[in-house]
Design a protein around this ligand. Sequence first.
Ligand code: AMP
Ligand code: FE
Ligand code: FE
Ligand code: ZN
Length: 290
Amino acid sequence: MSSASHGFSGPADLHLHSNHSDGTESPAEVVAQAHAHGVRTLALTDHDRSTGWQEAGDAAVALGMTFLPGMELSAKHGWRSVHVLGYLFDPDDEALRAETDRIRGDRIGRAERIVRNIGRDYDLNWDDVLAQTTLDATVGRPHIADALVARGIVRDRTEAFDGILHPREGYYEPHYAPDPLTAVRLITDAGGVAIIAHPVTSGRDSMMPEPYIERLIEAGLGGFEIDHRENTEAGKRELRRIAATHDLIVTGSSDYHGTGKPNRPGEHTTSEEMVARLLARGTGTAPRFP
Ligand code: AMP
Ligand code: FE
Ligand code: FE
Ligand code: ZN
């Protein structure tokens, strides 16, 4: 199908966060920011929840933009944190819902443990973190970072992640997350398209072994987010090779978090051809067109 028949056009940014997870702006504000940066097709991809879709979709359509419902599902492969973007899945799918409920629930206890650990050395408590979260948001280290900023312990989220929140500092605790194979199957079975987010960031989160990636492809993986500021150049070349071999979808996105990260909307984009492939493949929920 041509993009014209879908009625979308213009720069597509398929990975943005609102304050329903760890972004700093409401879904409507995220959409307005994306529009101001020239984005015309976008997906809201909050961590482990889809509650921002209605507001973001309404705002997008009002601005003449195309909206793809999405989510960034937390997974892990051994010690390696893996994020799986899901697009156009059914938000009422029971199995996926049960899994995201479990992840979000465990994230709360885990954040409390991290705060308790930090509280042994710094003046920080759980109320400080609650003051930084809105709307029952998916709680993560970024909210703890904001609490550290509010307490004057660090300057910004970046300083918090480079220091106190880094696992090497000893305060870190893990949270429950399914393995990537389960994550891909859940999204795919819910009629969605699963795309591995930023698969080759530098440092400890190196790429999953290729044989495991091939198992993900057999399980229905749709593709990779390749154009993302945290992917390494060498890693992007590897991913392009694997994507070409298996005829996968490749995307590019900003991973915008409002003022929580330097990433700007539209700093990386996805081609119209690839957006069309996503739209053709996702059957769990409808995109919204202007
Ligand atoms: P968590 O899932 O709670 O372990 O926290 C990881 C989240 O923190 C990721 O989704 C990122 O959005 C965010 N994050 C990671 N590194 C940074 C950083 N240096 N500055 C701001 N946010 C970050
Ligand atoms: Fe995040
Ligand atoms: Fe991520
Ligand atoms: Zn993200």
